[in-house]
Design a protein. Structure first.
Length: 311
């Protein structure tokens, strides 16, 4: 059995080197240094169970999901309990923003929930303010990517701040049809950040790139046979974006079986380039985390692998 495992490792690595993705056995965690997470604020203590409190880099100090509800009984993330609200902490109103932080809340109507565990904070348009990317699910229309931000409640700059919707993607079209974000990068090289997600990762997953064009997230590229989530799992990050120097970003994402890897790049004049033939894995992917130049993979059989993109 040990000889078979060694042979499989060598065969996989040799095939991957030939095709542009170096796949090799790795130590636990790929020897990545642990990251220290700052303690979340007290205001987030009643957040949605198993969700993440995320720290912002600009105008938002913290963001989290709250108001747990059973009104949308879909178990894609392992539970029928989802969030009915989004919460952020912003700097206080004192001179230089040094007053007590203020909590802003966006409460969804009864037909909607945030079917998500991670509010993703990024400055999409380069204006020095955080935008928040979340998955919103509607009882009739299914799921959509939604971008939210903190803005004045009127054109008066002195008006109170509030959480508002800035853009949204087309919905999946029907109840219990979900999508899962991948991440953000300038995929088409136009100097603007785009948003990537996988639509219906459990039933014919479609990797989709979106232009950020408020009030819309506009799809412009799709690739079939991709999946960045296992039905019922809390882990939402089964994909990694790699940005090699001088090259457009590449998405490393499992196929629908989650036993092989795609490496996909959007290239001129506007088409997907498969950086390799599909790279097989010895078991299903359970977790993927970014490492320099690629991804660290933890498989269901307990082994660790390093997938490194070759330019």
């Amino acid at each position: 059995m040990r000889r078979l495992a060694v042979f499989l490792s060598v065969a996989l690595a040799a095939n991957a080197w030939a095709m542009g993705l170096n796949l090799s056995v790795a130590p636990v965690g790929c020897n990545a240094l642990p990251t220290l997470s700052p303690s979340p604020p007290a205001a987030a203590k009643n957040r949605l169970a198993d969700s993440q409190v995320v720290r912002g880099q600009h105008d938002i100090q913290w963001a989290w999901l709250g108001s747990p509800t059973l009104r949308y009984p879909h178990g894609a993330l392992g539970s029928s309990t989802h969030a009915g609200s989004l919460h952020v902490l912003v700097a206080g109103a004192g001179s230089g923003g040094d007053g007590d932080p203020r909590e802003l809340v966006l409460q969804l109507p009864l037909r909607k929930v945030f079917e998500d565990r991670i509010p993703r904070l990024v400055d999409l348009d380069g204006d020095g303010r955080d935008e928040i990317i979340v998955v919103e699910s509607d009882a009739l229309q299914g799921s959509a990517l939604v971008v939210l931000g903190v803005r004045p409640s009127s054109k008066d700059k002195a008006a109170p701040l509030e959480l508002v919707e800035l853009a949204r993607s087309p919905s999946t079209g029907s109840t219990f049809r979900w999508l899962n974000p991948v991440g953000v990068a300038d995929f088409n090289g136009d100097g603007h950040l785009d948003v990537a997600s996988v639509t219906t990762p459990h039933i014919g997953g479609v990797l989709t790139l979106h232009h950020y064009r408020p009030p819309l997230l506009v799809p412009y590229a799709k690739a079939m046979d991709t999946s960045n989530h296992r039905m019922g799992a809390l882990e939402q990050s089964l994909a990694v974006i790699v940005s090699p120097a001088g090259q457009r970003p590449t998405v490393i994402v499992p196929d629908m079986t989650q036993r092989a890897l795609h490496a996909l790049r959007w290239v001129a004049p506007g088409q997907w380039e498969e950086m390799q033939t599909l790279t097989p894995l010895p078991d299903r992917v359970e977790r993927m985390t970014p490492i320099p130049g690629g991804a660290c993979l933890h498989l269901v059989n307990g082994t660790w692998w390093r997938a490194t993109l070759m330019n």
